[in-house]
Design a protein around this ligand. Structure first.
Ligand code: HEC
Length: 197
């Protein structure tokens, strides 16, 4: 009995070792009815034999002028001329006019969201009131932060500065999407108005 167990275990060991040998893995028989699992039907994106497009590839560069979903193009350059142009001409899409109203206004919801985001991303430097006395300034970790009331700024210039930053201030374009930048912009305008009272 003992030798039977011995022989059996040696046999099992050999089978295990042999089946681990990759050279033995050449596929001879396809068990599956159809061959889709082995030979892909879809065109390979980067192979050169796609019949539809001239260059043979199915993965094409987007058509010129294509705008990625959720992205808003921004045509102002990251320089002084771009800053001036935005300051003079860039208009917020969030201001709407109610029927019988002659003034374009920002909704309370947008301002509330603007405050929420401002308190997170801007107040550390600019202060909750926009007076330039954020925690980083009070602790002398960051200097040169202005009080909004001392700057001549417009909705266009504020948006531009969030987009690209300015001097010591960095860009916040990756933290805030286009709509959020406008929400923060309008909240900054409101803070500035209150500071000027
Ligand atoms: C790390 C500190 C810091 C943070 C965070 C920060 N700023 Fe600034 N910000 C500055 C400094 C410094 C300046 C002065 C830049 C200069 O030299 O004109 C400035 C300037 C500005 C100005 C005036 C620019 C002009 O046209 O004169 C605006 C508006 C502004 N920031 C808005 C924001 C908003 C909105 C946020 C949040 C999304 C923000 N900042 C976050 C440091 C910061």
């Amino acid at each position: 009995m003992k030798s039977f167990i011995k022989i059996t275990s040696i046999f099992v060991l050999i089978v295990a070792l042999v089946s681990c040998n990759s050279e033995q893995r050449n596929r001879k028989v396809q068990y599956m009815g159809d061959t889709d699992m082995y030979d892909a039907i879809p065109y390979e994106a980067y192979s050169a034999d796609h019949p539809v497009f001239k260059n043979g590839m199915s993965a094409q560069a987007p058509v010129e002028g294509t705008i990625a979903r959720g992205k808003v193009p921004y045509d102002y350059m990251d320089n002084e001329a771009g800053y001036q142009k935005a300051k003079d001409s860039l208009i917020s899409p969030l201001k709407v006019k109610a029927p019988l109203d002659s003034i374009y206004r920002v909704s309370k919801a947008n301002l509330a969201q603007g405050k929420h985001l401002y308190d997170i991303y801007c107040a550390t430097c600019h202060g909750l009131q926009g007076d330039g006395q954020g925690d980083l300034v009070k602790n002398e970790k960051f200097l040169g932060v202005p009080n909004y009331k001392d700057r001549v700024i417009t909705e266009g210039s504020i948006y531009h500065v969030i987009m690209y930053g300015r001097n010591l201030m960095g860009s916040h374009a990756s933290q805030l999407n286009a709509k959020e930048r406008w929400q923060v912009t309008h909240y900054v305008e409101q803070l500035r108005k209150d500071l000027l009272k």
